[in-house]
Design a protein around this ligand. Structure first.
Ligand code: NAD
Length: 334
Protein backbone atom coordinates (compact mmCIF):
# COMPACT_ATOMS: atom_id res chain seq x y z
CA UNK A 1 0.00 0.00 0.00
CA UNK A 2 1.35 3.47 -0.91
CA UNK A 3 1.77 5.61 2.20
CA UNK A 4 -0.36 8.76 2.48
CA UNK A 5 1.79 11.84 2.13
CA UNK A 6 1.05 14.69 4.57
CA UNK A 7 2.43 18.18 4.08
CA UNK A 8 2.23 19.81 7.51
CA UNK A 9 3.04 23.52 7.48
CA UNK A 10 4.01 25.35 10.67
CA UNK A 11 5.09 21.96 12.01
CA UNK A 12 7.76 23.36 14.33
CA UNK A 13 5.19 25.46 16.19
CA UNK A 14 3.01 24.55 19.14
CA UNK A 15 0.00 22.77 17.59
CA UNK A 16 1.71 21.64 14.37
CA UNK A 17 4.38 19.75 16.32
CA UNK A 18 1.73 17.93 18.38
CA UNK A 19 -0.09 17.03 15.18
CA UNK A 20 3.09 15.59 13.63
CA UNK A 21 3.77 13.48 16.73
CA UNK A 22 0.21 12.14 16.56
CA UNK A 23 0.53 11.35 12.84
CA UNK A 24 3.64 9.26 13.42
CA UNK A 25 2.41 7.51 16.59
CA UNK A 26 0.71 4.12 16.06
CA UNK A 27 -1.13 4.57 19.39
CA UNK A 28 -2.89 7.68 18.10
CA UNK A 29 -3.03 6.92 14.39
CA UNK A 30 -3.90 3.37 13.33
CA UNK A 31 -2.52 4.12 9.85
CA UNK A 32 0.80 5.50 11.18
CA UNK A 33 2.86 2.85 9.41
CA UNK A 34 1.42 4.09 6.14
CA UNK A 35 2.27 7.76 6.40
CA UNK A 36 4.98 9.97 5.09
CA UNK A 37 5.28 13.44 6.59
CA UNK A 38 6.85 16.53 5.09
CA UNK A 39 7.11 19.28 7.69
CA UNK A 40 7.48 22.78 6.25
CA UNK A 41 8.37 25.65 8.56
CA UNK A 42 10.20 28.95 8.10
CA UNK A 43 11.27 28.89 11.78
CA UNK A 44 10.11 32.32 12.83
CA UNK A 45 10.63 33.29 16.50
CA UNK A 46 7.64 30.97 17.22
CA UNK A 47 9.03 27.85 15.55
CA UNK A 48 11.54 25.58 17.25
CA UNK A 49 12.97 22.42 15.69
CA UNK A 50 13.27 20.97 19.22
CA UNK A 51 9.47 20.76 19.26
CA UNK A 52 9.68 18.01 16.67
CA UNK A 53 11.68 15.81 19.08
CA UNK A 54 11.63 12.12 18.11
CA UNK A 55 10.32 12.84 14.60
CA UNK A 56 13.89 13.80 13.60
CA UNK A 57 14.96 10.16 13.81
CA UNK A 58 11.92 8.80 11.99
CA UNK A 59 12.46 7.63 8.41
CA UNK A 60 8.87 8.58 7.55
CA UNK A 61 9.63 12.23 8.39
CA UNK A 62 11.47 14.99 6.57
CA UNK A 63 11.83 18.66 7.46
CA UNK A 64 11.97 21.48 4.94
CA UNK A 65 13.04 24.92 6.10
CA UNK A 66 10.99 27.28 3.98
CA UNK A 67 8.13 29.69 3.62
CA UNK A 68 4.54 28.85 2.66
CA UNK A 69 4.65 31.97 0.47
CA UNK A 70 7.38 30.43 -1.73
CA UNK A 71 5.29 29.21 -4.67
CA UNK A 72 7.89 27.02 -6.46
CA UNK A 73 8.88 25.41 -3.16
CA UNK A 74 5.38 24.54 -1.98
CA UNK A 75 4.45 23.27 -5.43
CA UNK A 76 7.48 20.96 -5.33
CA UNK A 77 6.39 19.59 -1.95
CA UNK A 78 2.92 18.52 -3.12
CA UNK A 79 1.95 15.63 -5.36
CA UNK A 80 -1.29 13.92 -6.33
CA UNK A 81 -2.88 12.49 -3.18
CA UNK A 82 -1.04 14.74 -0.70
CA UNK A 83 -3.00 15.84 2.36
CA UNK A 84 -2.10 19.44 3.24
CA UNK A 85 -2.61 20.58 6.83
CA UNK A 86 -1.93 24.30 7.13
CA UNK A 87 -0.91 25.40 10.62
CA UNK A 88 1.66 27.97 9.47
CA UNK A 89 0.69 31.40 10.70
CA UNK A 90 1.64 34.45 12.61
CA UNK A 91 -0.48 33.65 15.65
CA UNK A 92 -0.09 36.31 18.33
CA UNK A 93 -2.83 38.98 18.50
CA UNK A 94 -0.64 41.55 20.28
CA UNK A 95 2.00 41.37 17.56
CA UNK A 96 -0.69 41.92 14.92
CA UNK A 97 -1.71 45.13 16.68
CA UNK A 98 1.87 46.41 16.55
CA UNK A 99 2.58 45.32 12.95
CA UNK A 100 0.01 43.56 10.76
CA UNK A 101 2.27 43.19 7.70
CA UNK A 102 3.66 39.74 8.48
CA UNK A 103 0.13 38.55 9.29
CA UNK A 104 -1.13 39.47 5.84
CA UNK A 105 1.97 38.01 4.16
CA UNK A 106 1.84 34.64 5.88
CA UNK A 107 -1.78 34.15 6.90
CA UNK A 108 -3.40 35.55 3.76
CA UNK A 109 -0.87 35.49 0.89
CA UNK A 110 0.88 32.37 2.20
CA UNK A 111 -2.40 30.48 2.41
CA UNK A 112 -3.39 31.61 -1.07
CA UNK A 113 -0.02 30.43 -2.40
CA UNK A 114 -0.56 27.03 -0.78
CA UNK A 115 -4.11 26.81 -2.17
CA UNK A 116 -2.86 27.53 -5.70
CA UNK A 117 -0.18 24.88 -5.39
CA UNK A 118 -2.76 22.42 -4.03
CA UNK A 119 -5.04 23.11 -6.95
CA UNK A 120 -2.35 22.41 -9.52
CA UNK A 121 -0.90 19.37 -7.76
CA UNK A 122 -4.03 17.25 -7.41
CA UNK A 123 -3.86 17.05 -3.62
CA UNK A 124 -6.41 14.87 -1.86
CA UNK A 125 -7.42 17.39 0.77
CA UNK A 126 -6.48 20.80 2.17
CA UNK A 127 -7.20 21.37 5.86
CA UNK A 128 -7.10 25.02 6.86
CA UNK A 129 -6.53 25.30 10.62
CA UNK A 130 -8.31 28.41 11.80
CA UNK A 131 -9.60 30.03 14.95
CA UNK A 132 -12.82 30.96 16.76
CA UNK A 133 -11.50 34.55 16.74
CA UNK A 134 -12.75 35.00 13.15
CA UNK A 135 -16.33 35.30 14.49
CA UNK A 136 -15.44 38.18 16.79
CA UNK A 137 -16.83 38.67 20.27
CA UNK A 138 -20.11 37.08 21.40
CA UNK A 139 -21.85 38.47 24.49
CA UNK A 140 -24.16 35.47 25.08
CA UNK A 141 -24.57 32.06 23.49
CA UNK A 142 -22.22 30.55 20.92
CA UNK A 143 -21.40 31.02 17.25
CA UNK A 144 -22.36 28.26 14.85
CA UNK A 145 -20.51 27.75 11.57
CA UNK A 146 -23.29 29.69 9.80
CA UNK A 147 -22.46 32.91 11.63
CA UNK A 148 -20.76 35.55 9.48
CA UNK A 149 -17.12 36.26 10.20
CA UNK A 150 -16.66 39.57 12.02
CA UNK A 151 -13.01 39.67 13.08
CA UNK A 152 -11.76 42.53 15.24
CA UNK A 153 -7.98 42.15 15.51
CA UNK A 154 -5.63 42.20 12.51
CA UNK A 155 -4.71 38.59 13.43
CA UNK A 156 -8.35 37.49 13.32
CA UNK A 157 -8.95 39.46 10.12
CA UNK A 158 -6.01 37.74 8.43
CA UNK A 159 -7.28 34.30 9.51
CA UNK A 160 -10.83 35.12 8.36
CA UNK A 161 -9.44 36.23 4.98
CA UNK A 162 -7.59 32.94 4.66
CA UNK A 163 -10.74 30.98 5.56
CA UNK A 164 -12.75 32.82 2.92
CA UNK A 165 -10.09 32.21 0.28
CA UNK A 166 -9.95 28.52 1.18
CA UNK A 167 -13.73 28.20 0.94
CA UNK A 168 -13.69 30.11 -2.35
CA UNK A 169 -11.24 27.53 -3.78
CA UNK A 170 -13.64 24.79 -2.67
CA UNK A 171 -16.61 26.45 -4.37
CA UNK A 172 -14.88 27.78 -7.47
CA UNK A 173 -12.51 24.91 -8.17
CA UNK A 174 -14.12 21.99 -6.26
CA UNK A 175 -10.85 21.64 -4.31
CA UNK A 176 -11.40 19.44 -1.23
CA UNK A 177 -10.94 22.12 1.41
CA UNK A 178 -12.04 21.81 5.04
CA UNK A 179 -11.79 24.65 7.54
CA UNK A 180 -11.66 24.22 11.32
CA UNK A 181 -12.16 27.04 13.82
CA UNK A 182 -10.83 26.15 17.23
CA UNK A 183 -10.95 27.87 20.59
CA UNK A 184 -7.88 28.66 22.77
CA UNK A 185 -5.38 25.81 23.03
CA UNK A 186 -3.09 25.01 25.93
CA UNK A 187 -0.51 22.29 26.54
CA UNK A 188 3.22 21.59 26.54
CA UNK A 189 5.56 23.45 24.17
CA UNK A 190 3.38 26.53 23.67
CA UNK A 191 5.45 29.67 23.10
CA UNK A 192 5.72 31.72 26.33
CA UNK A 193 4.15 34.78 24.74
CA UNK A 194 0.71 33.13 25.14
CA UNK A 195 -1.29 33.52 28.34
CA UNK A 196 -0.86 30.18 30.13
CA UNK A 197 2.87 29.64 29.46
CA UNK A 198 3.56 33.34 29.92
CA UNK A 199 2.00 33.34 33.37
CA UNK A 200 3.37 29.94 34.39
CA UNK A 201 6.96 30.66 33.35
CA UNK A 202 6.89 34.06 35.07
CA UNK A 203 5.30 32.75 38.28
CA UNK A 204 7.74 29.84 38.46
CA UNK A 205 10.55 32.38 38.14
CA UNK A 206 9.07 34.45 41.01
CA UNK A 207 8.08 37.32 38.72
CA UNK A 208 4.81 39.24 38.43
CA UNK A 209 2.33 38.67 35.64
CA UNK A 210 0.37 41.28 33.64
CA UNK A 211 -3.42 40.95 33.56
CA UNK A 212 -5.24 42.94 30.90
CA UNK A 213 -8.01 45.36 31.95
CA UNK A 214 -10.54 44.01 34.46
CA UNK A 215 -9.59 40.40 33.65
CA UNK A 216 -13.20 39.72 32.61
CA UNK A 217 -12.43 38.57 29.06
CA UNK A 218 -13.72 35.03 28.59
CA UNK A 219 -11.96 32.34 26.58
CA UNK A 220 -12.85 28.72 25.91
CA UNK A 221 -9.93 26.34 26.60
CA UNK A 222 -9.03 23.08 24.87
CA UNK A 223 -6.03 20.80 25.34
CA UNK A 224 -3.85 20.72 22.24
CA UNK A 225 -4.15 16.92 21.95
CA UNK A 226 -7.95 17.24 21.75
CA UNK A 227 -7.55 19.85 19.02
CA UNK A 228 -5.34 17.44 17.06
CA UNK A 229 -7.86 14.62 17.55
CA UNK A 230 -10.61 16.91 16.24
CA UNK A 231 -8.51 17.66 13.15
CA UNK A 232 -8.21 13.92 12.56
CA UNK A 233 -11.96 13.55 12.80
CA UNK A 234 -12.49 16.29 10.23
CA UNK A 235 -9.91 14.74 7.88
CA UNK A 236 -11.43 11.27 8.21
CA UNK A 237 -15.15 12.01 8.45
CA UNK A 238 -15.67 15.64 7.47
CA UNK A 239 -17.28 16.88 4.28
CA UNK A 240 -15.33 18.83 1.65
CA UNK A 241 -16.16 22.53 1.56
CA UNK A 242 -17.42 22.59 5.15
CA UNK A 243 -16.39 24.56 8.24
CA UNK A 244 -16.16 22.81 11.64
CA UNK A 245 -16.02 24.62 14.96
CA UNK A 246 -13.86 23.01 17.66
CA UNK A 247 -14.73 24.01 21.21
CA UNK A 248 -13.22 23.21 24.56
CA UNK A 249 -16.27 23.52 26.78
CA UNK A 250 -14.20 25.19 29.52
CA UNK A 251 -15.18 28.86 29.61
CA UNK A 252 -13.05 30.93 31.96
CA UNK A 253 -12.61 34.65 32.50
CA UNK A 254 -8.90 35.56 32.42
CA UNK A 255 -9.03 36.48 36.12
CA UNK A 256 -10.47 33.02 37.00
CA UNK A 257 -7.73 31.35 35.00
CA UNK A 258 -5.16 33.61 36.67
CA UNK A 259 -6.45 32.45 40.09
CA UNK A 260 -5.98 28.81 39.07
CA UNK A 261 -2.45 29.48 37.80
CA UNK A 262 -1.50 31.40 40.96
CA UNK A 263 -2.69 28.50 43.14
CA UNK A 264 -0.91 25.90 41.01
CA UNK A 265 2.37 27.87 41.10
CA UNK A 266 2.19 28.67 44.83
CA UNK A 267 1.71 32.43 44.30
CA UNK A 268 -1.01 34.91 45.24
CA UNK A 269 -2.63 38.06 43.83
CA UNK A 270 0.34 40.19 44.88
CA UNK A 271 2.09 38.62 41.88
CA UNK A 272 -0.45 40.13 39.48
CA UNK A 273 -0.17 43.62 38.05
CA UNK A 274 -3.09 45.14 36.18
CA UNK A 275 -2.12 46.57 32.79
CA UNK A 276 -4.05 48.72 30.36
CA UNK A 277 -6.45 46.65 28.30
CA UNK A 278 -5.47 45.38 24.86
CA UNK A 279 -6.78 47.61 22.05
CA UNK A 280 -10.06 46.23 20.68
CA UNK A 281 -9.92 43.34 23.15
CA UNK A 282 -12.74 40.88 22.34
CA UNK A 283 -14.80 40.26 25.46
CA UNK A 284 -15.87 36.69 24.92
CA UNK A 285 -15.38 33.90 22.38
CA UNK A 286 -17.59 30.84 22.27
CA UNK A 287 -18.29 28.37 19.48
CA UNK A 288 -21.03 25.78 19.11
CA UNK A 289 -19.32 22.56 18.01
CA UNK A 290 -22.43 20.37 17.63
CA UNK A 291 -21.52 19.74 13.98
CA UNK A 292 -18.12 18.28 14.92
CA UNK A 293 -19.57 16.24 17.78
CA UNK A 294 -22.08 14.74 15.28
CA UNK A 295 -19.01 13.21 13.56
CA UNK A 296 -18.23 11.39 16.83
CA UNK A 297 -15.65 13.75 18.33
CA UNK A 298 -15.45 14.42 22.06
CA UNK A 299 -12.61 16.16 23.93
CA UNK A 300 -10.91 13.67 26.25
CA UNK A 301 -8.56 15.71 28.48
CA UNK A 302 -10.23 17.09 31.66
CA UNK A 303 -9.13 20.70 32.11
CA UNK A 304 -7.78 20.27 35.67
CA UNK A 305 -5.65 17.31 34.57
CA UNK A 306 -4.48 18.99 31.36
CA UNK A 307 -3.55 22.20 33.18
CA UNK A 308 -1.66 20.35 35.92
CA UNK A 309 0.27 18.34 33.31
CA UNK A 310 1.06 21.49 31.33
CA UNK A 311 2.37 23.33 34.40
CA UNK A 312 4.38 20.20 35.25
CA UNK A 313 5.91 20.28 31.78
CA UNK A 314 7.01 23.91 32.16
CA UNK A 315 8.44 23.10 35.59
CA UNK A 316 10.46 20.23 34.13
CA UNK A 317 11.66 22.17 31.10
CA UNK A 318 12.72 25.39 32.76
CA UNK A 319 15.94 25.47 30.76
CA UNK A 320 13.94 25.89 27.56
CA UNK A 321 11.92 28.80 28.81
CA UNK A 322 14.08 30.48 31.45
CA UNK A 323 13.48 34.19 31.19
CA UNK A 324 10.98 33.56 28.38
CA UNK A 325 8.06 35.01 30.31
CA UNK A 326 9.93 38.11 31.33
CA UNK A 327 11.71 38.50 28.01
CA UNK A 328 8.58 38.38 25.86
CA UNK A 329 8.44 41.84 24.26
CA UNK A 330 4.68 42.34 24.53
CA UNK A 331 2.33 42.55 27.50
CA UNK A 332 0.71 39.12 27.45
CA UNK A 333 -1.98 36.81 26.31
CA UNK A 334 -3.27 34.65 23.50
P1 NAD B 1 2.68 28.99 16.63
O1 NAD B 1 2.89 30.44 16.53
O2 NAD B 1 3.13 28.24 17.83
O3 NAD B 1 3.33 28.25 15.36
C1 NAD B 1 3.28 28.78 14.06
C2 NAD B 1 4.37 28.09 13.25
O4 NAD B 1 4.27 28.57 11.90
C3 NAD B 1 5.80 28.39 13.74
O5 NAD B 1 6.53 27.19 13.79
C4 NAD B 1 6.34 29.34 12.66
O6 NAD B 1 7.75 29.23 12.51
C5 NAD B 1 5.59 28.86 11.43
N1 NAD B 1 5.49 29.88 10.38
C6 NAD B 1 5.14 31.19 10.55
N2 NAD B 1 5.15 31.82 9.36
C7 NAD B 1 5.50 30.89 8.43
C8 NAD B 1 5.66 30.93 7.02
N3 NAD B 1 5.48 32.05 6.32
N4 NAD B 1 6.01 29.79 6.38
C9 NAD B 1 6.21 28.64 7.07
N5 NAD B 1 6.08 28.55 8.42
C10 NAD B 1 5.72 29.66 9.08
O7 NAD B 1 1.11 28.79 16.40
P2 NAD B 1 0.13 27.69 17.00
O8 NAD B 1 -0.41 28.16 18.27
O9 NAD B 1 0.77 26.35 16.90
O10 NAD B 1 -1.06 27.80 15.92
C11 NAD B 1 -1.05 26.99 14.74
C12 NAD B 1 -2.27 27.33 13.92
O11 NAD B 1 -3.45 27.08 14.68
C13 NAD B 1 -2.34 28.79 13.49
O12 NAD B 1 -2.80 28.83 12.16
C14 NAD B 1 -3.35 29.42 14.42
O13 NAD B 1 -4.03 30.48 13.80
C15 NAD B 1 -4.27 28.24 14.69
N6 NAD B 1 -4.96 28.27 15.99
C16 NAD B 1 -4.24 28.42 17.15
C17 NAD B 1 -4.92 28.40 18.36
C18 NAD B 1 -4.16 28.54 19.67
O14 NAD B 1 -4.81 28.66 20.72
N7 NAD B 1 -2.85 28.49 19.68
C19 NAD B 1 -6.31 28.25 18.40
C20 NAD B 1 -6.99 28.10 17.20
C21 NAD B 1 -6.31 28.11 16.00
Amino acid sequence: MTPTHYLVTGAAGFIGSHFVHGLLAPRENAAAAQVEVTALDSLTYAGDPVNLGPAWNDPRFRFVHGDIGDAPLVRALMRPGTVVVNFAAESHVDRSIVDAGAFVRTNVLGTQTLLDAALHSGVRCFLQVSTDEVYGSVEHGAWTEGAPVAPNSPYAASKASADLLALAYARTHALDVRVTRCSNNYGPRQHPEKLIPRFVTALLAGETVPLYGDGGNVRDWLHVSDHCRALWTVLERGTPGEVYNIGGGVQLANRELTGLLLDACGADWSSVRRVEDRKGHDRRYCVDDTKLRALGHLPLVPFEQGLADTIGWYREHRGRWDGGGAAAPLPAHS
